[in-house]
Design a protein around this ligand. Structure first.
Ligand code: HEM
Length: 495
């Protein structure tokens, strides 16, 4: 091949690379034109340099694609990249493929924590993505003047922008999520198959979320959308069931469907289904996981179990109704136990992705200048275990750190004065903060307190015969929300 031919292929692949870099065109049409169609006229033009049209096409495609790849990688590793000064591992700087590979191991949270330990509080975890583990980065990223959600979170559900008023309404004590009976308790099993599919779907979503653009392509593969379609249909069924049966309570759907008529434009059924689906995903597994973690820690730490049991017995002696939500909210040790498990294993275990939007000129996040077009996240798992914010014993379940006392007793039995304890409540963000925080925080806390009080009042919980509690922690997987593949079988004995 002569120099002119090489220049033609090199020039056109460089132009394609520049188009992708500058305009980030998403979707099948631009990709088909730029990556599949464009090399064809070039191969036809250079046909006379090759033995056959087949060799012309294969050589031009191979050169065209590998040059685009080379330009992309060279730029991402070069000192000209806007994030060049931020430390991080080379595979992360090259492509998000590396992180999505880590998602498949289920241990992404441990990987990112190890990166923070190695590189410091700000790490480049993708070509255009930073992870933060520092308290002063929380408000600029998540706070009221923070950033909008990143592509990782918005590609598969649409969440009505005007729905935020719901948050203020659902702080009511008697808020119920859906008023739709899924039959779990009655049947004693997951009869609709929701949880099985939910677990499949969250893993799919967790992997794809690192390449939101790939969703348009992957959905062309027959059967690939099955778990998501199942969830969408289930969401639609629940909405229809709820609309048909109505409810005497102001539940989540009461606000989604706008039964009070507060929204200027009535939400469409599609909107309601999508929002309901997000609430199912955000609300079902998270609260259940957080409760399971709390039981795991209580069984692992008999002293904590004893102290909590004592507090429950004092507040709700046998025979008394344990469903006094305001009393539960005032029980210090109960709330300390819940906080401590949310600290060590926040159900949304990794980052809450946000994006510095194009055209904004970038943003200062604490002392780091973050250029526009960059995705950023606060890594909850690392932050919650950082000794700068939670000390001593940041990796140990020690609910006492949440109590107000003059002298504390460490799990080892040694006393420690209050002035040696670091508890930075601003760095405790299991429900996130700011305008896009968890819409179900009040419900989740209410649910957890109620279940713990009701169970401990009536039953003695023990690890079931032959169960290794450590399997529970080994089975914790980071799929944006936590997935638990281990089992935590307990025996309940009436007290
Ligand atoms: C312990 C249990 C729970 C935890 C730790 C939790 C945590 C979170 C977190 C971290 C977010 C992401 C917020 C962000 O991106 O800044 C979120 C979003 C959300 N959560 Fe929860 N959640 C829990 C339970 C619930 C429950 C029970 C519900 C519903 C009844 C719920 C409804 C939602 C909704 C609708 C969103 C999306 C908010 C939005 O995008 O604007 N969550 N949750």
């Amino acid at each position: 091949m002569d120099v002119d031919s090489l220049l033609l292929i090199g020039g056109s692949s460089f132009a394609t690379y520049l188009i992708y870099k500058r305009f980030e065109p998403a979707g099948i049409l631009p990709a088909s034109i730029l990556l599949l169609v464009l090399p064809v006229p070039i191969a036809l033009y250079l046909r006379s340099n090759f033995a056959s049209i087949f060799t012309a096409l294969s050589t031009v495609y191979a050169l065209y694609w590998s040059l685009i790849l080379t330009f992309t990688i060279s730029y991402r590793l070069s000192p000209f990249h806007p994030l060049a000064s931020i430390p991080g591992p080379i595979p992360c700087k090259i492509s998000k493929f590396w992180l999505s590979g880590k998602v498949t191991t289920g241990k992404l949270h441990l990987y990112i924590q190890s990166l923070h330990q190695q590189y410091g509080p700000v790490v480049r975890i993708g070509p255009n993505e930073l992870s933060f583990c520092e308290a002063d980065a929380i408000t600029p990223i998540l706070g009221s003047r923070g950033l909008p959600k990143g592509p990782c979170l918005i590609f598969w559900v649409t969440w009505r922008k005007d729905i935020y008023y719901i948050r203020s309404m659902i702080d009511e004590d008697r808020f119920i999520s859906f008023s739709v009976d899924l039959g779990y308790l009655r049947e004693g099993k997951d009869q609709s198959g929701l949880f099985k599919v939910l677990h499949q779907a969250v893993m799919d979503v967790a992997i794809i979320s690192h390449f939101p653009w790939s969703y348009d392509f992957l959905r062309l593969i027959p059967g690939s959308e099955k778990p998501l379609k199942f969830l969408q249909n289930l969401g639609a069924d629940m909405v229809h069931q709820r609309i048909r049966s109505g409810s005497t309570r102001r539940d989540f759907f009461h606000f989604l469907i706008d039964e009070d008529g507060l929204e200027s434009v009535k939400p469409t059924l599609g909107n309601v289904t999508s929002d309901g689906l997000l609430a199912i995903i955000a609300g079902s597994d998270t609260a259940a996981t957080a409760l399971s973690h709390t039981f795991y820690f209580l069984l692992q730490n008999p002293r904590c179990y004893e102290l909590l049991q004592k507090e429950v017995d004092e507040n709700f002696p046998r025979g008394e109704d344990p469903m006094d939500f305001s009393k539960q909210a005032e029980m210090p040790y109960l709330n300390a136990c819940i906080n401590e498990s949310l600290r060590l294993f926040p159900p949304v275990i990794s980052g809450l992705q946000r994006r510095v939007e194009l055209g904004t000129g970038g943003k200062m996040i604490n002392t780091t200048y973050v250029p526009e077009g960059t995705q950023v996240s606060v890594h909850q798992y690392s932050l919650h275990r950082d000794p700068r914010y939670f000390s001593p014993l940041p990796d140990v379940y020690w609910p006492d750190r949440w109590l107000t006392q003059e002298t504390y007793t460490l799990p080892t039995g040694d006393p420690i004065p209050a002035n040696q304890i670091i508890l930075d409540k601003n760095s405790f963000i299991p429900f996130s903060i700011g305008p896009q925080n968890c819409a179900g925080k009040a419900v989740a806390l209410l649910e957890m307190r109620a279940v713990l009080c009701a169970l401990l009042q009536r039953f003695e919980l023990k690890r079931a015969e032959g169960v290794r509690l450590e399997d529970w922690v080994d089975g914790i997987e980071d799929c944006y929300v936590t997935r638990c593949s281990g089992s935590l079988t307990v025996s309940l004995q009436p007290r």
